[in-house]
Write a protein that binds this ligand. Structure first.
Ligand code: ZN
Length: 79
């Protein structure tokens, strides 16, 4: 089955000395903690079943990934 996947192609920025940090946001990624429901069944103080908002996506069903990239000199010995 086909799968949509967020992807980032790494290319050094135009002015790496002045702006060595990059930030990208990927929105609309389904929350797998609550399986995209936005809530769970939980128990209240009287042990009755209540809907509890997902603590990860806060009921929004989706997540946003914020990716920060820092460009530095590669001082390793790899060729
Ligand atoms: Zn969630």
């Amino acid at each position: 089955m086909s799968k949509k996947q967020p992807m980032l192609l790494l290319t050094p920025p135009l002015f790496p000395a002045e702006a060595p940090m990059e930030r990208e946001e990927f929105e609309g990624i389904p929350c797998n903690y609550c399986h995209g429901n936005g809530w769970f069944w939980g128990m209240d103080g009287r042990l009755e079943r209540v809907k509890q908002t997902c603590p990860v996506c806060r009921g929004r069903k989706k997540l946003k990934a914020i990716v920060t990239i820092q460009w530095v000199a590669d001082e390793g010995d790899n060729k």
